[in-house]
Ligand binder design. Sequence first.
Ligand SMILES: [Zn+2]
Length: 295
Amino acid sequence: MNSRLDAALNDTPKSIADYLRSLFNSENFDATISAQQFEELLVLSGLSDDELRICLLPFAAAYSYAPISEFYVGSIVRGLSGRLYFGANMEFIGAQMSQTVHAEQCGISHAWMKGETGIIDITVNYSPCGHCRQFMNELTTANELKVQLPERDEMSLQQYLPDSFGPADLDIDARLMDGKTKSYQTHESDPLVLKAVEALNYSHAPYSENHSGVALRLADGSVYLGSYAENAAFNPSLPPLQVALAQILMADKSFEQIDTAALAELSAGKISNLDGTQSTLDALNPDITFTYISL
Ligand SMILES: [Zn+2]
């Protein structure tokens, strides 16, 4: 178990500490809590739904990778399936500040890459910044999404982001997490490149049409995918490398284990994720083998 999860258990109500310890120690634990497990925790704890989510926040924040700010943010995202996904903030020494991933983006991309097609609510231990409010306004469920903070009443995203700007202002119907896929293919046979193309086909890039995806292979052979998540306001777009790194973080693995990386994008796209991907990978570890393919 992540040692910070263990430390957070010391501050958890005794009624659910044993249940959570057993869950976190399970080989299958993947930083998510099923709807059924959440129901069981509600019964054991006697807490209300929002109180329990707030109680679980320190466990999401335990995944935080924040060597610059040392400010540990956790998010808990509930997908439409009812499953809850942890997210945490990520910062990269030596990379541009714009490569930073906020806990909300991490939790949402975690849910997205595991197949959710929208989120019901998000619980965060600090107020979402303007950037994240805009990021969330791209979601399929942006109009219904609820935001819960500690010691605050639940509010909707639209209350946090009045007079919002979104995809409809640019006449775009696609929404982040809409589950739609593309069907681009490559003649390359490298399995990691094929995984990057799989991630490309799942990306949301209606503004630049630069559908792109990243696949990262760790020294233990495991592979993590990241699909590009574009935003109507452009700047809050989450690059595919960041989405893949978020999956590694939530799998409780180390970026130091990244061995090989592949980026696939479309040659006809109006932008490129190549420079940003290369420079952040270099900042993480210049020895990572990197393959680039433009379809
Ligand atoms: Zn933020």
